[in-house]
Ligand binder design. Sequence first.
Ligand code: C5P
Length: 400
Amino acid sequence: MLAGKRILLIIAGGIAAYKSLDLIRRLTEAGAKVTPVVTRAGAQFVTPLSVAALAGRKVYRDLFDLTDEAEMGHIELSRAADLVVVAPATADLMAKMAAGHADDLASTLLLATDKPVLIAPAMNVRMWQHPATRRNLATLLADGVRMVGPGTGAMACGEFGPGRMAEPADIATAIEAALGTGPLQGRHIVVTSGPTHEPIDPVRYIANRSSGAQGSAIAGALAGLGARVSFVTGPARVPAPQGVAVTRVETARAMLAAVEAALPADAAVFAAAVADWHVTNAGAAKTKKTADGAPPVWELAENPDILATVAQMARDRRPALVIGFAAETDDVIAQATAKRARKGCDWMLANDVSPETGIMGGAENAVTLITESGAEAWPRMTKDAVARRLARRIADALGA
Ligand code: C5P
C-alpha cells in the first residue's frame, strides 16, 4: 500500500519507457503521488503529455525551465519525495549517477537528493555486460542505490539476455520494499542456499553442483516484500541478493549453527543442497600418494539434517512455517510427499533434477508445491518467478 507516498519518477530514454506508463498507473492506483521527470531522450519514447495525464501532475523536463524554478527549485524537487525511482535507468544515466554528473535535470536531481534511490536498469545485453556498466553498477550499489531487475529475455533490439527492464508489477513491489510498506514488513525469515563443502584435507572437499540460484532468488524476493532475511549460504556461484543479512559457511555443521543462531524466525526456507556426509578423518595436511599405491580411506559420518532439526523443534522455537526442497530424479511427487512427512516440515517444493531437465545450475525451475492439502504443480518458469510466487504464498500463509 502506497497511500500518501510521494515518488519522484525519472523516465530516461529507452524503449522500456513505455512500461513506465503502466508503472505510473499502478502507483497512482495504489495511492501514491507520482511526480514525473522525463529526460530529453525519454521524451523520444513516451510523450510527456501521456505521462502527465496518467500521473495527474505536471511533468518536469528541463533544468533551466525558469517557470519550474519559480514554482519549485530543483533542490526542493529532489527532496519533496519519499523515494526517487529511475525507470528505465539507461546505461548513460547510470554512468552519470556513478560519476556524479549534473548536466541535466535528471542527473542534477539524483545528485541533489537526500532520499533513497531505486533504479530499474534497461539496456542492450552487451551494454549491461560491459565492464564500464559493471563498474558503474558496483559503485551505485556501494553508494546504497537499490535496484530492481533487469530481467532476462528477448529484447527490442533482437538480442537475448539480461537487460530487460523489470515488469511494472515487480518495480511496484520493489518500491513498497524500499518504502518499508511491503506485506512482510516486520517478519524475519531464514533462508539457506548453495552447496556445502565438506573438507577431506586442507585442499580437497566433497561438494555438489548446486549454484545457489534458487535460494538467492527466494531470499531476494522475500526481502523485496519487506521481510528481514537472514541468508545462510554455502559457497555458491550466484551472488547473494541485495538487502539481506548474509552469513557465509562451508560445512553442513556450520550451516546448522548459523541457522540456529539466526532463530527465532517467522518462517524458514531450506533451499541449500546440503551434503549428507562429512569426512570424520579429514587430514590436517594434504593427503599424499603412498609408495605402495594404496588409496586413502576416508570415513564418512552423517551430517545433521538442518531442515528436520528445525522442523522438529519445540513449538516456542520452531518457525511457524518451515519449507524444504526435495530435489529428486525419479518418482518425484511420491518421494517429496514422503519426505515432507519424514522431516516434519509444512511445505515441500519438489523438483525433478534429472540432468535432461537442465534445472540444476540452470535459470528455470519446474516445482510442485506439496502442503498438507496436497500437491500443486506450478508451470515451468524462471527461478526468479518461482521465488516471487513462493514469497507471495509465504506472505499469505503468515497472514501478512
Ligand atoms: O534429504 P534431502 O537432502 O533430499 O532433503 C532436502 C531438503 O532438506 C532441502 O530442503 C535441504 O535444504 C534440506 N537438508 C538440510 N540438511 C541436510 C540435508 C538436507 O537442511 N543435511
